[in-house]
Design a protein around this ligand. Sequence first.
Ligand SMILES: Cc1ncc(COP(=O)(O)O)c(C=O)c1O
Length: 405
Amino acid sequence: MEDRGFDLEGRLDALVEHDLKRSLAPADRVAERGYFASPSGGELPVLDSEEALVFASNNYLGLTADKRVQDAARQAGATVGTGAGASRLVTGDTLVHQDLERLLAETKGTDRALAFSSGYAANVGTITALEPDVIFSDERNHASIVDGCRLSGAETVVYDHCDAASLRAEMADRADRADGPGADGESWLIVTDTVFSMDGTVAPLESICDVAEEFGAWVMVDEAHATGLYADGGGIVQAEGLEDRVHVQLGTLSKALASQGGYVAGSDALVELLVNEARPFVFSTGLTPMAAAAASEALHLARHSDARERLWENVAHLRDGFESMGFEVPGESQILPIVVGDREDALALEAGIRDRNVIAPAIRPPTVPEGTCRIRVAPTAAHDRNDVVACLEAFQAAGTEVGLL
Ligand SMILES: Cc1ncc(COP(=O)(O)O)c(C=O)c1O
C-alpha cells in the first residue's frame, strides 16, 4: 500500500538538526521571577528547585501579579461569569466588555473601540473586513498581520523595515504601473507595527502618515507592544499626537494590559463594520468577562500609576549596562535585542544566562533573518534594582564565557 501519511518525525529531526527545535517549559506563575520545569513532553512537569529571574515576558508593566487586576478578574468571574457563553452578537455581550471598550476608545482618542478574543484575531479580522485592494506592509510586520494580508486576498506590497522613503517609492511605483488595474477607485491600506517586538524599533509614524496622505491611503497600526506604555497609557500614536491621521489603531490586551484579547479603536463606522463583518468577531465566542475586566483595570493602572515610570527606568539602566559591556542593542523601545549573529552563539548565551538563573530567549530564524540571532531582553516594571543588576551580571559572565565579550 502506498504511504500517504505525514512524515512528522522527519520534519522534527530537521528542526533539531538546524538548531530550530523549540519546546514547552512550564512556569509556576507569570511574574518577574518564577520556577520553571524542564520540557516535559507527555509527563507531568516537575518545577526546578531554583527560582529564575524572567526577562522574557511581555507583561511589561508587571500587572499580571497586581492584586487590583486579579481582583477585577475575580469579581467579573463571580458576578458576570467565567465565560461569555456565546458570540457578542448573540448573548455574549456584557457591560464589562462595553466598559473596557469605552476606556480603550478614551485612551486611544477615537469614537469607539471593539474587543476581540486575541490580537491575532483582531488583525486577521480587521484586514479581511476592510477588503483592501492593495496593502503596503512593513517587511517585519507581525505574523498576524501577514496572515491577515494573505487571507484578504489583497495585492500585498512589502516595503523596507521602518523606511518611509521605501514605502513612498513602492506607492509611487504602484500608482504609475501602466499594466496594473490602475490606482483610481482602489482602496489602499498601509499597515505597520508601531513597536517591533523582535527589533525594538519604532515605526516612523509621522512620515508614514505624510506618505499615506499624499496617496490617499489609510493607515492601520498594530500597537501590541506599545499599548499602555506611552503618553497617558496610550501607544506611539498618542506619544506622537497622530490620532487624527491614523485610521485604525489595533493592539492586544495580552501584553502590558496583563490579560488576554485584542482590540481595534477607530471611527464609529469602522467599529460598526467590524461588528458586522469581521469574521473572528462574529463567529467566535466573546472575550471572557474576566479578561475584559482585568484589561480595564490594567489600563486604568497604566494611565494612573507609576508603573510606566518604573519600566522605563529599568529599560534605561539595562540599555546602559549592555552597551557599556560592548553588546549591540538596536532599537529605541522597552525591548532590548542583544544581537549576537549566529544560532550557536545565541543558544550558548541563552544557556549561559540560564545557568545563572536569568531567563531570556534566543530568537532564531524564521522569527529573525539568518545571521541576526539575538537574545530578546524584556524588563518589566516589577523588576527591582537588584534584579536588573543580577541580569547584567549574568550577561557579563555568560558573554565572557561564550567569547562574545
Ligand atoms: C505585533 C503583534 N501583533 C499581534 C500579536 C497577537 O496578539 P495576541 O497574542 O493577543 O494574539 C502579537 C503577539 O502576540 C504581536 O506581537
